[in-house]
Write a protein that binds this ligand. Structure first.
Ligand code: F3S
Length: 69
């Protein structure tokens, strides 16, 4: 069984590139400034792990942290 993932967007680093939202719309929401936030508490639902890693890898600001729980 794969580990549960949790993600977090570092607001100090996010510059609103929105690639995360394009790649994993289930996991991110954009605020009125265009900066991304994790949906809910950041827990990644089963089946969306690959999207979480993909979003992390594609953020130009390295603003997305993914941790295994
Ligand atoms: Fe921000 Fe990176 Fe997404 S800069 S909007 S977390 S792609």
């Amino acid at each position: 069984k794969s580990p549960r993932l949790r993600l977090r967007v570092d607001q100090e680093k996010c510059q609103g590139h929105a690639r995360c939202k394009s790649l994993a719309p289930e996991l991110f929401e954009l605020d009125e400034y265009g900066n991304a936030h994790e949906v809910g508490d950041g827990s990644v639902p089963a089946g969306l792990e690959d999207k979480a890693w993909l979003a992390q890898a594609n953020c130009p600001e390295i603003a997305i942290e993914v941790t295994e729980e």
